[in-house]
Design a binder for this molecule. Structure first.
Ligand code: AMP
Ligand code: FE
Ligand code: FE
Ligand code: ZN
Length: 288
């Protein structure tokens, strides 16, 4: 514990803005982080760094520290894997080229999902564009928002329960690199790779223990253990894996604005862990 006059440092290392599937602009998100009393927030939109500049300007304005990052879509043996990249050089092609390829594939894949859905429900590609607005990484949440706007489903959750389910009849995958290659690309770009919500088994298939060994071999730095989608037994399992492989342990909200129930700051990361991420990273933390 720190002295009472300073208070504990509150660090949330995983959030989304409208650059991907969050519902707030990067500036609104950073302001919201300050308003709930966070000292440090990381912006980690899916497959893009598009929100970084706006978030950095807002962080300086409102007086919150900003860790710039990206949640990188990847796959392991066909299972979707999300890797948080912190503080990479956004210009380095090793990661930037992979992200560009994923974004391009996301766009075409979303169009194909809409074509399939449109056979059975009232939905057009323009409906999705109206929801995605300034998003550069288009995802199923934008299609969900279009279905809500059309009155087909009440909310994003209901859309994912059937119409947008990964195993469902309308689903199409997008391109994503193999997870060890993504870890290597993050490291090559000077970023710090952390495995996001690796045990969120209610949302889809999860990877077995040996994948952590593979990723550690490829350069994985840490594991996001404290996340609302992890049950207590899964947290215990992940803590044991992190201990065995010498990986950092993080906790985060995975906040998406009103797009999910997750609240900013609902899980936090220890200051010593952030210090180590900063030591390993390339891009500096934005401070007020
Ligand atoms: P995509 O990346 O396009 O395949 O869409 C997956 C994204 O949808 C994830 O990053 C989640 O943020 C979001 N998502 C998944 N399930 C739900 C849900 N039940 N409600 C709201 N958002 C969800
Ligand atoms: Fe998301
Ligand atoms: Fe994720
Ligand atoms: Zn996320």
């Amino acid at each position: 514990m720190r002295g009472a006059s300073v208070g504990p440092v509150r660090i949330d290392l995983h959030t989304h803005s409208r650059a991907s599937d969050g519902t707030q602009t990067p500036a609104e998100l950073v302001t919201a982080a300050r308003d709930v009393g966070l000292d440090v927030v990381a912006l980690t939109d899916h497959d893009t760094t598009d929100g970084w500049d706006e978030a950095a300007a807002a962080a300086r304005d409102v007086g919150v520290a900003l860790v710039r990052g990206t949640e990188v879509s990847a796959r392991s043996r066909g299972v979707s894997v999300h890797l948080l990249s912190y503080l990479q050089d956004p210009e380095h092609p090793a990661l930037a080229d992979e992200l560009a390829r994923a974004r391009d594939s996301r766009l075409h894949r979303a169009q194909r999902i809409v074509e399939r859905l449109a056979r059975d429900v009232p939905l057009t590609w323009q409906d999705v564009l109206d929801q995605a607005r300034d998003a550069v990484a288009v995802g199923r949440p934008h299609i969900a928002d279009a279905l809500v706007a059309r009155g087909v489903v009440p909310d994003r959750d209901a859309a994912f329960a059937h119409l947008l389910a990964s195993g469902g009849p309308y689903h199409v995958d997008h391109y994503a690199p193999e997870a060890p290659d993504a870890v290597a690309a993050i490291r090559a770009s000077g970023g710090v790779p952390v495995f996001a919500h690796p045990a969120a088994d209610a949302r889809g298939r999860i990877v077995p223990d040996r994948v952590f060994d593979e990723l550690a071999e490829a350069g994985l730095a840490g594991v996001e253990v404290f996340h609302r989608d992890h049950s207590p037994p899964q947290r215990e399992r992940l803590l044991a894996i992190a201990e065995r492989l010498g990986l950092l342990v993080t906790g985060s909200s995975d906040y998406h604005g009103t797009g999910k129930v997750n609240r900013l700051g609902e899980n936090l990361t220890e200051p010593q862990v952030l210090d180590e991420i900063v030591r390993q990273g390339t891009t500096e933390v934005v401070t007020a």
